[in-house]
Design a protein around this ligand. Structure first.
Ligand SMILES: Nc1ncnc2c1ncn2[C@@H]1O[C@H](COP(=O)(O)OP(=O)(O)OP(=O)(O)O)[C@@H](O)[C@H]1O
Length: 271
């Protein structure tokens, strides 16, 4: 990692607003000569539902992948709940984070992908209990009780004994949502979770997510092309274009009366 990615030691115990859960500070991400995120700074408050919108290739998924530590920023820092994702404090100094630190921070973050990524050789119940048992150290009984509650929430109680291949895409995606929530993360990242579904299965998955947004205090970061869904659940919408957030505001503001011409152009193409 280059020196300029290391925050100054003065920032080792940064004053993080009690309500702020996620903070990107001057984050730049490049793939070769392609600068995908350019000196990006933003924060997300705890409990908020934030939707990232913008043209294809504008860097939305890259934000989620950075938060999952599937990618590392070339410059800048990312904090979740005050903890640096890519650095840790050792002997009063901030140094590049080790695997253990990254695993700890990651426990706070759940992600649901476009492809459901379930374990094909495990039944539904085990798909949901596996990580709580192996990563969090829950007993099998505790994990199963948590999984049963979540299966009820996503409307799949009667399918707990099936393999993923015996379920529809929409049902598999609802299992993936339950699996992410079983870790009780503070943040749920949703990356185009309905894009791979047949159109008739989309509504069921979005309804489950609407329910979760309404009934839990989880912080959500959502990349979606489903603009009606975005309008329904979002406390805040961020419009991305070429690696920058060009406009952000309430769903009412962004969908109803955006300031930026690029936002109007984008929305008129997708709405
Ligand atoms: N692993 C990678 N290697 C090289 N380039 C990448 C990689 N991942 C993403 N990119 C590039 O980064 C840019 C931003 O991609 P990203 O997936 O974040 O965009 P997006 O806004 O989510 O787009 P979409 O709406 O199409 O999913 C694109 O130009 C993409 O080709």
């Amino acid at each position: 990692m280059s020196a300029d990615t290391t925050p100054s030691n003065q920032e080792a115990n940064p004053p993080v607003d009690g309500k702020e859960l996620i903070r990107f500070d001057k984050v730049t991400k490049r793939f070769g000569s392609n600068t995908v995120l350019d000196d990006l700074t933003f924060g997300v408050d705890s409990g908020k539902h934030v939707t990232l919108i913008g043209p294809s290739g504008s860097g939305k998924t890259t934000i989620l992948r950075l938060l999952m530590t599937l990618l590392k920023p070339d410059e800048g820092t990312i904090r979740v709940n005050g903890d640096y994702l890519t650095h840790e404090e050792r002997g009063g100094k901030l140094v590049p984070a080790g695997e253990k630190h990254i695993r700890e921070v990651r426990k706070n973050i759940g992600m649901v992908f476009q492809q459901f990524n379930l374990f094909p050789n495990m039944k539904v119940l085990r798909n949901i209990t596996e990580a709580p048992v192996t990563v969090l150290g829950l007993s099998k009984d505790e994990a199963e009780s948590r999984a049963r509650d979540l299966l009820e929430l996503v409307g799949l109680t009667e399918h707990l004994d099936k393999y993923p291949s015996q379920l529809s895409g929409g049902q598999q995606q609802r299992v993936a949502i339950a699996r992410a929530l079983a870790m009780r993360p503070q943040v749920l990242l949703l990356d185009e979770v309905t894009s791979a579904l047949d159109p008739e299965l989309v509504a069921g998955v979005l309804d489950v997510l609407r329910d979760i947004a309404r009934s839990t205090d989880i912080t959500m970061l959502c990349v979606t092309h489903e603009m009606n869904f975005a309008r329904d659940i979002s406390d805040q919408v961020m419009m991305f274009d070429e690696g920058h957030i060009i406009e952000t505001g309430s769903a009412e503001k962004i969908f109803g009366d955006p300031d930026h011409a690029r936002t109007r152009e984008f929305l008129s193409a997708v709405l």
